[in-house]
Ligand binder design. Structure first.
Ligand code: 6PG
Length: 251
């Protein structure tokens, strides 16, 4: 029996961002009381921008000294490029909060060799989490977006982008034909080992894909990689009414 997904719907993107910021603050305050390390991985794209701004209003309540911030994925563009996910996260949030620089982990896409760069990021993960293969980093929270084509992170439909879905690696940097570019991304193995996975999905461009991914109808992770995100603690879907237009109550 398909367990109905935990979908939390709000009237607009701003209210989604406010609710997520509130819940993230509550979660990190709780974790900060019992853990020496709180780990989070943020996705890029446009949806998280409102969240980054909302988190600023909670800044004094967050355990920044213990919090390590990673990226879910990164575009293969120069450091200052406007498309750089880390640049957006840094300018909207990290530059304005008291997080130690040693706790901030951008993906090293300035490296010329994607294989070397992804291996470097795996070393960083291993150092912060204090583990090595075959163990898997267990993020306290991973925040994901949903592309209108069904991708999440940089796990895109079709070959050869399937590597992030099948590999035992923690980080890979596949060439993505539809983007004609490389991407660096956490792999499904890491996403599915997270203690909390939250999807943030807003706007009319997601109204068609959301029921397909949530309803898993049809279920095809090569076409809809987001369907493969299935951690032990099921994801929470934070959506606005526009993205949820075509959801029925059983989703
Ligand atoms: C990226 C993201 C990507 C994003 C989706 C949704 O680098 O683009 O990590 O996976 O989450 O494409 O993007 P929007 O939030 O802009 O719709």
């Amino acid at each position: 029996m398909c367990v109905p997904a935990d979908v939390r719907t709000f009237p607009n993107p701003q209210l989604v961002a406010q609710a997520v910021a509130q819940e993230l603050t509550f979660l990190f305050q709780k974790l900060g009381k019992t853990q020496d390390l709180v780990t989070v991985a943020f996705s890029g794209g446009s949806t998280p921008k409102l969240l980054f701004k909302e988190l600023l209003t909670h800044s004094t309540s967050l355990p920044w000294e213990k919090t390590h911030v990673f990226l879910v994925d990164e575009r293969w563009v120069p450091v200052e490029h406007e498309e750089r996910n880390f640049r957006v996260l840094k300018e909207l949030l990290l530059d304005h909060v008291p997080i130690p620089s040693r706790n901030v982990h951008p993906m090293p896409v300035a490296q010329p060799d994607p294989a070397v760069a992804s291996a470097d990021y795996e070393l960083t993960l291993g150092q912060v989490f204090g583990i090595q293969q075959p163990d898997i980093p267990a993020f306290d929270l991973v925040l994901l977006g949903l592309g209108s084509d069904g991708h999440t992170a940089s796990m895109f439909p079709g070959e050869p982008s399937q590597v992030p879905l099948t590999t035992d690696r923690w980080v890979v940097a596949p060439y993505v034909p539809k983007l004609a570019s490389y991407r660096m991304t956490l792999t499904l193995r890491v996403l599915n080992n997270a203690r909390n996975v939250w999807f943030l999905v807003t706007g009319p461009s997601k109204e068609e894909i959301l029921p397909v991914v949530l309803g898993k109808e049809p279920f095809d992770i090569s076409l809809y990689p987001s369907q493969a995100v299935d951690p032990p603690n099921p994801p929470v879907w934070w959506v606005d009414e526009e993205a949820a237009t075509k959801l029925n109550k059983t989703n």
